[in-house]
Design a protein around this ligand. Structure first.
Ligand code: AMP
Ligand code: ZN
Length: 435
C-alpha cells in the first residue's frame, strides 16, 4: 500500500533537500525584497539572493518577530500586488495590531497540499469521512483543514466548533472516521457522549483524530486515544507559517515531520540566538520556502522543541520535531525557579485519580509568591472521604514539588467545576503584580 502522498518529495535524500532548499531560499529572498519591510532591510544590510550560497548562510539574514509583523501592519510584508491576493488569515493579538498573513492562489494550493500530505501520512484516505471541529473564520484551523481534507479527497464536514451534541449526531449520521479538534475539547466531548449513553469506542466509526493548536503532553494524548478509541496525531502549525500543515506525525507517532520542502528549520537558544546542538531543546525558527504573497524569513515562533535525531521508520526524510515543550514566553518564574505549565500537566496526567481540567494560579500573598494548582478530581473519586482526599492532595503536591522544585498549594475540586474556555484552554492565571 502506498503510504506517501508525494513520495519523491517526502523521501528526498539530504543532499537533494539541501539543494532544493537553497534554490527556494534564493527565490524567497528575491520575492521578499519586493515587500516594503524586507526591501528596506535588505537594502540597509546589502542582502540579495546571492548572499546565500548554502542554506546555512541564512544566518546572514536578521530574525523576524511577531512585533515586526505587527509593527508593519497591514501591508508591510506583502510582496505581491494587492490585486493578486485572494485571502487573509489573522491571529488573535493580545493588544494592538493583529498579525495578518495574505495568500495568493499559489499559496493556498500549496498550503492545502501540505495539509493533505500530512493527513495522508497519518493514514487518512479518500474513503474517509472527515469532521472538522474548528472555528471557520480568521483562525486557520477551519479553512486550513477543510481545503486540505478536500484535496485529499475525503468527504469533509465543516462542522465548526462547539455544540457537542450536534457534533455527535454528525458523527453518527455520516459515519465520521477522521476528526480534527483541539486537545482540550476532547474530555468535554467525551463527557457529552457519556451524558447520552453513547460509547464513542463502539458506537462511532472514529479511527483518526488530529489534535493541535495548543500544547499537550504524551500522557494527555494517551488519555484522548483511550477515551475515543482512536489514534491521535499531533499536528503543529501557526498562522505566520500558513496554519496547520507545518509539522505532523506520521503513522508511527514518533515526533512530527516538519515539511522541509516548504519550511527551513532552525533551532536557537532564545537568549543567545545561536543555534543549539542537534537534539537539544531551543526555540523553533522557520523560513517559508514556498510562499509568494507573504514570504517570511527566520520567524521566531517562540515555540520550544528539539529535533529528533535519527531516521523515522516510515522512510520520510524530512526532519522530525518533538512535541512542543511550551513557549519561550510562557515559562514563568516563581521563587527563582523556571516552570513550564507542561511540566505540571505531565505530573497531573500521570495520576489516575486526577481529572482532565486544571488551572495554575500564581498569587502574591504577603510578598510571597504562591503556586496554586486547582485540579479536578476524576468522576467518582472520594471527595467526601477526608483521609483519602488528603492523601491524594499530598501525593500531587510532592510529585509537583519533585518536578518543578517549588511546593505548590493543591486544591482538589469537583469534576467539571473549573470553567471551560471558548477555544484554547488558558492554563496559567498570573495574578501577581496586578494593580
Ligand atoms: P495560531 O497562530 O494562533 O494558530 O497559534 C499558533 C501557536 O499555537 C503556535 O505557535 C504554538 O504555540 C501553538 N501550537 C500550534 N500547534 C501546536 C501543537 N501541536 N502543539 C503545541 N502547540 C501548538
Ligand atoms: Zn515518519
Amino acid at each position: 500500500m502506498n503510504i506517501y502522498w508525494e513520495k519523491d518529495i517526502e523521501t528526498m535524500s539530504r543532499a537533494d533537500i539541501n539543494k532544493f532548499q537553497l534554490e527556494r531560499l534564493k527565490q524567497t529572498i528575491s520575492r521578499a525584497a519586493q515587500s516594503t519591510y524586507y526591501g528596506n532591510l535588505f537594502k540597509q544590510q546589502g542582502i540579495t539572493a546571492n548572499s546565500v550560497n548554502h542554506v546555512s548562510d541564512i544566518n546572514k539574514i536578521p530574525f523576524t518577530t511577531k512585533e515586526d509583523l505587527r509593527g508593519h501592519f497591514p501591508y508591510g510584508f506583502l510582496a505581491v500586488e494587492k490585486k493578486e491576493v485572494v485571502r487573509l488569515h489573522s491571529s488573535s493579538g493580545t493588544t494592538g495590531n493583529p498579525t495578518v498573513i495574505f495568500h495568493n492562489h499559489h499559496d493556498l494550493d500549496a498550503w492545502a497540499n501540505l495539509v493533505a500530505r500530512s493527513m495522508f501520512a497519518a493514514g487518512a484516505r479518500d474513503t474517509d469521512v472527515f469532521q472538522n471541529i474548528a472555528g471557520y473564520g480568521l483562525f486557520t484551523g477551519g479553512l486550513g483543514f477543510q481545503y486540505g481534507a478536500e484535496k485529499l479527497g475525503m468527504l469533509s464536514i465543516p462542522a465548526g466548533a462547539g455544540n457537542s451534541k450536534r457534533q455527535i449526531k454528525l458523527m453518527q449520521d455520516y459515519g465520521t472516521t477522521v476528526v480534527h479538534t483541539i486537545p482540550s475539547y476532547v474530555p468535554h466531548l467525551f463527557d457529552v457522549f457519556g451524558e447520552h449513553n453513547i460509547d464513542p469506542r463502539t458506537e462511532t466509526d472514529l479511527r483518526i483524530l488530529f489534535i493541535g493548536a495548543e500544547p499537550h503532553t504524551e500522557e494527555a494524548r494517551l488519555r484522548i486515544q483511550d477515551m475515543l478509541g482512536v489514534k491521535a496525531f499531533n499536528s503543529y502549525g501557526l498562522s505566520e507559517m500558513n496554519g496547520p500543515g507545518v509539522a505532523f506525525e506520521c503513522q508511527y507517532q514518533q515526533g512530527m515531520h516538519l515539511w522541509e520542502d516548504s519550511f527551513l528549520i532552525e533551532i536557537i537558544n532564545p537568549q543567545t540566538l545561536e543555534p543549539v546542538a542537534e537534539g537539544e531543546v531551543g526555540e523553533l525558527v522557520l523560513t517559508t520556502l514556498n510562499r509568494r504573497a507573504n514570504p517570511i524569513l527566520r520567524y521566531r515562533t517562540r515555540d520550544l522543541t528539539r529535533l529528533i535525531p535519527g531516521t523515522c521508520t516510515c522512510g520520510r526524510t524530512h526532519k522530525r520535531v518533538d512535541r512542543m515543550k511550551g513557549r519561550s514566553d510562557d515559562m514563568f518564574i516563581i521563587r527563582g525557579c523556571n516552570v513550564f505549565p507542561m511540566q505540571i500537566e505531565k505530573v497531573l496526567m500521570q495520576i489516575p485519580e486526577v481529572g482532565n481540567n486544571y488551572i495554575i494560579v500564581l498569587e502574591n500573598n504577603n510578598d510571597v509568591d504562591e503556586l496554586i494548582i486547582e485540579v479536578e478530581a476524576k468522576e467518582g473519586i472520594f471527595l467526601d472521604n477526608l483521609a483519602k482526599l488528603e492523601r491524594l492532595t499530598r501525593q500531587i503536591t510532592t510529585e509537583i514539588k519533585n518536578e518543578v522544585l517549588v511546593t505548590p498549594k493543591v486544591k482538589l475540586v469537583e469534576p467539571n467545576s473549573i470553567p471551560k474556555c471558548e477555544g484554547k484552554a488558558i492554563r496559567v492565571n498570573d495574578l501577581r503584580n496586578q494593580f
